[in-house]
Structure formats: structure tokens, C-alpha cells
Design a protein around this ligand. Sequence first.
Ligand SMILES: Cc1cc2nc3c(=O)[nH]c(=O)nc-3n(C[C@H](O)[C@H](O)[C@H](O)COP(=O)(O)OP(=O)(O)OC[C@H]3O[C@@H](n4cnc5c(N)ncnc54)[C@H](O)[C@@H]3O)c2cc1C
Length: 817
Amino acid sequence: MGGIIKKIGRILRKSLRYLAYALGFYAVLIAIIVWRSGDDEYQGQLHENVVNDITELNPIPMTRIMAPRSVDEIVAAIQTSSGPVSIGGGRYSMGGQTAIDNGLQIDMRDYDQVVSFRPEYHEVTVQSGISWRELQEYIDPHDLSVKIMQTYANFSVGGSLSVNVHGRYIGHGPVISSVKSIQLVLADGTVTDASPEENQELFYSAIGGYGGIGVITEVTLELAKNEKVGRRTETMPITEYGKHFAENVRDNDQVVFHNADIYPPDFEELRDVSWYITDEPLTIEDRIIATDDNYFLLPKMVKFSNSSSFGKWVRSSIIDPIYYSSDRVAWRNWEASYDVRELGEEDRSKMTWVLQEYFIPVENFDTFVPKMRAIFKEHEVDVVNVSIRHALPDPGSYLAWARKEVFAFVVYHSQGTTNQDKEEVATWTRAMIDAIISEDGAYYLPYQPHATVKQFRAAYPNADKYFAVKHAVDPDNRFQNKLWEKYYPSKKSQIREYLDSLDGYKKGEEQTFLTLPEWYLVFNPNEYADFLERGNNPSDFPFFSSIDEYWALYDRVNVLVDDLYPANFEYQTMLWVIGVSTTAEFVAKGAYENTIGRFTRWTASEDTPEDFLIQEAHRAYGDLIFVEPWYKFPFWDYVQRAWGDTPFFGANFIRKLERKVLATLEFGFKSTYAKIIGFGAQTAFEGSDGLVTMHIVADADSLPAIDPRIRVLRDFGEGDLIVTLPRWGGFTEIMPKLAASGVEFVEISGNDEILITTVEDQVLALRPDKARFLFKSMVISPVGKKRSVYVVRIEDLKEALNSLNTRNITLEHVFDF
Ligand SMILES: Cc1cc2nc3c(=O)[nH]c(=O)nc-3n(C[C@H](O)[C@H](O)[C@H](O)COP(=O)(O)OP(=O)(O)OC[C@H]3O[C@@H](n4cnc5c(N)ncnc54)[C@H](O)[C@@H]3O)c2cc1C
């Protein structure tokens, strides 16, 4: 007996030594992983035609993007296509206004010529894709300027009319008041003119109509004189601004540009920056800002001043006083030719800069300011700047944001890019919109469409007039984008509103990709269980290749999502936690099984009951993790069974004992680790109700027979159903059954693409229909099989899943989000 105990002691000591070696090896391995990260070549491509905007918050995959150079090409594009059409100008709107999933985008930027120019009448007709900057260069030699435009000159004329922009001009309102006429291509391909005198309904709905009425192809604009302007600035308490503006600015026909910047974080003081017509000598000789101007310093100053209360103080107390201390005299065209590059072009994957704008009737200025200040403070909004502008009433556009004379509050803020960050911004934006509605104001539509449908209706009371025109000229709703998807009253927008109102419905699309390495840790234990059940020696399992495969998958999915989606820190952290702990586990197990394990197996004539118990545990574990989080596995039961259910003595005693000890160490450790993780960690399983919500088209009555786990949340009629399915393994079981029953998939968890994997013989190179192949992944066991990873558009998922059966391809998994 004493000898046996000594032997056990020796084995344990040896095991500990191996564990120490393993940990050393593991440290080296991690270094190698970090070093090789990103080496893997990415063979697939996700979206060919992704439209995004300057915030990088809104990637939208389109079926096709075409860039016309003539009206005929625009007409042909509309008439020869079916499905939704979106229109893109400069793409500086910030909430998907230029795109719709799987639509055709007409990118107007190459449709950019001057059609006719009558300088003596201060009038020009342009193709709508021309930018203000290009137009400025054309008219500047004739001492003419654009009459009304934004602060920056990068925007297209068509995009500017479609949002009915304003600038810093005094004595004017929205851009519509400088538009003499437009030419439009309608949904049926008709080319028509519209002006305040002709086709007024089209004129007043297309301008400010966000691409919903038709394509604005030509625009005739009234121009202004290019004059010398001199800058004057002064600071004052915000409470004095209304009086100051009324007395010194509003009716002063010498003021060309005016804005007032309110200083964060207190919003108690502001700086009036006005440009007056002057005869004084120029301090800036350039007539227009040079296109190769260097914008190195300004973005850095903006970033610094936004970084902390100290930064904000430095801006208001040091930077601005110095910046505004010198006199400036420049041409009007110079002051109107700023480039958005001055806002910075840096990486926006983690933090981005966003605009919002609120319009308040002038008489309500003083009551709105405290409400705005309170919302910023309560929600700790990272405001970079709030700039006040002024606009006279709109002459009649149906979606007018200036129904009366208004002040505009242009809010520039930073925000994170995670779903949670977006939710937080949505919350305070809705609070601001409530505040502005309580003051009879409006908010601006080119920004993120956080407003509820009710808020939109309250801020735009004439929306029905607009919708009536749209319905008449675009009965099939061809012209779509993310804005109208939400607010144009259709079944689609009702469904959208309902889905958006569901708590936690929207999951980041990147998660379908990022779950792949996580799922590998479900596939791998099952491969291990299969391997053991086939009577293999556990020491022969390729633990080290398994580690490599996990990190290879991690690299590959990161290459896929890196440029396309905002960073998902929560998920990345989780992948690192499980990756590192799995690496540690497999290194230790690999080292152990290849030494002690191999030795004890050599001493045994056959598998012991303990071997079978461990086998059983791994099979049970493999089964459980398809449907439950891993930490719910009863590891401790197997420790107890190793000592209780199998006799202590018996044939192949060395192996028996060693397996008992192994089961105790492995399952004992995992039992403790599982308790810790289960208690506190936020894995992908947690914080979810275990359900996937999706929009399908199906016969509601047929669903229980397909699978009783399908629940109908809401029936929108004509087959449009919102349903829930169980997540994980249950999801993969039910999806092919739905597809086989002819059910159409429209949207899953707010997304339109999803990952699937198949497993097939290496020799077979069969592929499912409509699925885009991304890469292959190794199947450790059985040898000779290959896992293929595909991305599929949700609308093609039915076809893709159905094609698997006909081609004898085994579906391994559908990766919910
Ligand atoms: C840095 C920055 C500063 C801004 N400053 C101002 C400002 O000072 N004042 C202001 O009012 N706004 C401002 N905006 C907001 C706004 O996005 C722009 O005024 C305008 O939308 C940009 O024009 P665009 O060519 O980029 O339009 P896009 O973003 O391309 O399009 C805007 C909308 O117009 C539609 N559209 C585009 N072209 C056509 C066409 N030819 N026919 C029909 N529909 C079309 C699109 O479908 C979309 O719905 C600013 C935005 C940014 C990013």
C-alpha cells in the first residue's frame, strides 16, 4: 500500500512539473499567437457595395451602385430595375438617408456639369451631382457666390436641396428660397420640371424630400455677389444673445455670415462670430480655400478640447481668444469653401463625431436653452460645440423645419460605436426631441433617425401632404432609404417600428461572424467526444492543432469584420478570455496526455471504467453546450462519480488511478472555474433571453407543425410574422425545417446577413446556392472532413438551406447573433 501511495505521490509531483512546463510553453505560445495574428489570408469578400457615411456608423449593403452621366442613364436605371432605389449625393447625411439594404443606389457624384450659366442674371443651371465647391470654382471668376449653402463646400447640390439645407447666412431661410426650378426623374421614368409656379406639389415635396419623390437631376439657382467680408466677434452670456441678435444682427444687411458658438460644458457663455461686408484690405488673398490646404492641427484641437472639462476650458479661455484676436478680411467665396477634412479623417471605429440639429422658434430661445443644458448634463453628453444659426421661414416645402422664423442649434458631439453607445445617444436624442417639440420646434432629418414615429409626426405636421404626393408619383414605393423605411407609413415601416421597439432585438451583425471561434469551442469538444467514443487513445487527440484552429478562426473573422463594423469590445474581450483559457487548458492537457497519459495507457491492456466515465462526461458536455452555456455542466458530479461509481482497485490499476486523478483535477478545476464564470461573466449567452427574434413570411397556422418551439410575437397580416426561435442548437435545428416548408426569411435580429457552416468530405467541392464562400476550417476529427464557412443574405437563406439537402451537404450550424 505504502508503495502505491509513493507512486501516486511521484505521479502527482511529475504532473505538477509538467504543468509548470506547460505554462511556460503556453506563455511562448501566446506570444506567437499575438505575433502571427493577422497573418491569415482572407479569401472571401463580404459585401461588394457597402454604402456608409462620414460617421461610419451606418454600413448598408446594396445590390448595385451605378453612377450615371446622363438623364437617359438615370431613366434607364429606374425602368430596367425592380426593387428599391436610393439616391446618393455627397453621402454626408448621417443615418442611412442615401441607401437601403439590397437596393440600387444611384450615385450622383459624376453627374456634375454646369448646364447653363447666365452671370448677368445671377443664375446658373447645374447637374445635381455637382458639389458646391465645383460650382464655386466655376462662378468665382465672375465675382459670384452661392446664395445659400452649408458651412462646408463638399456637399452635392442635389443632396443639399433634398434636405433643404441652410447655412450661416443672415436674411435668408432654407436653400429652397434660392431655387428657381428643378428637373426631376420620377419613379415611372417621366422627366419633369418643377418650380414655385409649375408642378408646385413636386417642387415643395422634392425639396426637403430626402430622395423619396424622385431624382433631382437639374437645378436652377439664384446666385449672390461675391464680396469682401470682415470678421467681428464678441463673447456674451447666453441670456443676452436674443436681445443682441435682434438689435445688431437680424436686420443688419451688412452681415453676410453669422453664427454663435455656445461653450460646453456649462453652456452659459457664447461667442458671436459675424462677417460683415467691408472695403478694408484683404488679410487672406486666396479667393477660395486651396484644395491642398493642410488640416493637421484643427482636428487635433477639436479632439483635445473635447477630451475633458480642462480641454473645454482651454478652448474657451485660451485657444478661441487667440484664434479670434486677429482681424480677418476675406472673400465671401473663401469663407464659404471650408472642407470637411478640417473635422479630421482619423479612425472612427471606436469613437466617432456626429451632428444633430434642433430648430426653435426665435421667441422660445430662452426657454429651450435650460432644457437643452439639463439634458446634456443628465446624460453626460460629450458635446464638442453647439453653434447657433438663424433662418427665416420656409416658403412652403412640405417637410419644412422652419415653419416660422427659427434659431438652429447645431450640436456636434462625440460618441462611441458600440450598440450600447448608440442606444444611449438614441435615448438623449429622444429627450431633446421631446424638449424641442414642447417648444413648437423641429429637429433635422439628415442625422441619425433616432426619433420615434410619433416624434417625427409632431415635428413635421405636414408630413401627410408629402406622403400623399409620394404615394401619387411613387405608388410602388421605389424610392427608399433608411429614413423613409422608418417614417413612410407602410406595412414595412410599421414592422420596422415594432421591431425597433423590442428590447434587445437588434444584435450587431458582426456577432454572427464573431460567434464562429466561440462555436468552435462547441464543435471541438464534440469532435473530442466522437474521437474517444471510437476507442482512440486520448493522447492522440490533436490538442495543439485545436489551439491553432481557434486562433486561426479568430484572425479570420476579425479580418472580415474589422473594416465593416464598429468595434465590439464586449465580444472581443469574451473571445480573448475563452481563447486564452482554452489555450491554457489544451496546452496542459496536451502535455499531460502525451506524457503521463501515454505512459499509463501503455501500462493498461484495455480501457478502464474511468476511461469510459471520462468519455461519457465529454459526450454529455458536448451535447449540453449546443443548447446551454458551458458553465452549466455538472462537472463536480463526474468528480464524485470517478471515486464513487468505479471501484478503487481492479485491473489496470495504474491507469485506473491516473484517470481518477485526471478526472478529479480536470473536472474539479472546471467546476470551480464554471462557478466563477457563471456567477459574474458576461458571455454571449448571458443577458439574453435565449431567443432569436425574426421577421418571416409564412402561414402562421403551419408553424406549430414545423416546430412547436416557434412562437408568433405579432402577425402583421398577409404572412408577415414576427416570431421567436430558441437560440444556438435549437436555432440550427429549426431553420432548415422552416426553409423546407417554404418560409421566407426577411430579417433576423435586425440583420440581413448570417453565417453558416457546412461539413463535407474533403473530396466534395459542392457548395450551397446563394451562399458566399468565405474560407475553410479544419475539422480535427474525423480526419478527412472539412468545415466550410459561408455568409448568406437572409433573403437568400431559404434557398441556401434547401440546396444543402439536394447536394448532400451537411449543415453544421447557423450562427445566430
Ligand atoms: C460635417 C457636416 C456639416 C454639415 N453642415 C451642414 C450645414 O451647415 N447646414 C445644413 O443644412 N446641413 C449640414 N449638414 C447636413 C447634411 O448632411 C447636408 O447638408 C447634406 O445632406 C449633404 O449633402 P450630400 O450631398 O452629402 O447629401 P447626401 O447625404 O448624399 O443625401 C442627402 C439626402 O438627399 C438625397 N439626395 C441626394 N442627391 C439627390 C438627388 N440628386 N435627387 C434626389 N435626392 C437626392 C439622398 O437620397 C438623401 O436622402 C452637414 C453634414 C456634415 C457631415
